[in-house]
Design a binder for this molecule. Sequence first.
Ligand code: SF4
Length: 444
Amino acid sequence: MPLKALDIYKLLPKKNCKECGDPTCLTFAMKLAAGKADIDLCPYLDDNAKSVLGATTRPPIKLVKLGVGERSFAVGEEFVLYRHDKTFYHPPGLMFAVADTQSDEEIAAVTARVRDETLTRVGADLKFNGTAIINTSGTVESYTKAVAAVEKTAGLPEVLVSDNPAALAAALVMCGSYRPLICAATPENYREVCGLAKQYGCRLVIRAPTLEGLVQLTKDCTAEGVPNLVLDLGAQTLGDFLYRSTAVRQLAITRAVPDLGYPVYLDATKFEDEDAAIALGIVKYASVIVAKPLPPASAKAMLTLRQNIYTDPQKPIQMNPGLYRVGTPGKDAPVLMTVNFSLTYFTLQGYLESTRIPCYMLIVDTEGLSVLTSVAAGKLNESLVRDAIKKFGVEGEVSHRKLIIPGYAAPLSGRIEEVTGWKVMVGPRDAAEIGEFLVQEWKA
Ligand code: SF4
């Protein structure tokens, strides 16, 4: 049974020293109760408190940070089996594979693509996360050369994939400070590989043919002093991966088998239908996914899928309310009011940009609801529009007093005119028609 915040508080040292990052022991206890903090953040816990708190307050799936610097990312710390129960918090890292049998130029090109390629969608910049360097040759020399080519191009998170501990050791000499993810420790080699992970402070993928074997290996590796693990479930088919990853997530979040409470690794390159494997991994609990560099259409599809799965289903994606410029509008530029649902904003903005008519977009706070929904729910109303005009200083930006509202907000036009004193023009229902509307109807 998880402990309540007050029971946890009784076990804390109550120094209120803030070393855990929280202002008081009580706020730390509340975070622990919510599974949002790690007991290791408090350095003053005695062994008894640690053992009581450890089992009940740790997030059921450990948070594991990969890489260092700006492009580092964290995976794990998930709490639910189904996204609609709460949300999924940490999107999987998508890593492009390079083989040490490729030329330095080819390896550098893939790494540069991971570094630079960006898909901007509903206001977010979506990127791939890093490279996985595969020791296909099996030799130490080729492997270190390939790792050097990656390092020379970008300091991105890396996965070092090799069955040869000597090749891993040589590669780590070069990139150990970037804390790559080492892949993989197995029941046969774990002592040697754990030694490397410990020496360089790396995270470690562990692989075993069965879930029972994986449980034993997590115990063995943590006993060797490597706490940050990622689980390779050893699945041979996509169906097998679906079954195992679902079982691992369920056993971890219910704390039935706490030793399975680690993020999951998926090597999508070994499946014939790689796109299907990546999509399955994104949807079904993989936290680090290695794939061959994807063609543009698949790349966009996977980045979009990941963004969709890892947005909070209970919170629509929102824009900050405000007055936004399209181009460099002057005093006689049109002002178009709409809601702060991101998809509405970006759709309208895209059409406005293509008209090449500089204008203002007045974005009002409907808590992320679309025009139709916010009108029906009464969230979009005349007072909201009046307050937004005042708050964002629209009167000082333009010399006219005309406001274009969305077609679906037409029922509000009279009331908006009354409370604002602005003349309201009802725009089209479909944003695609806004260009034609402005050309035909707009006069300052
Ligand atoms: Fe309290 Fe420990 Fe946090 Fe200090 S570090 S405020 S003693 S919980």
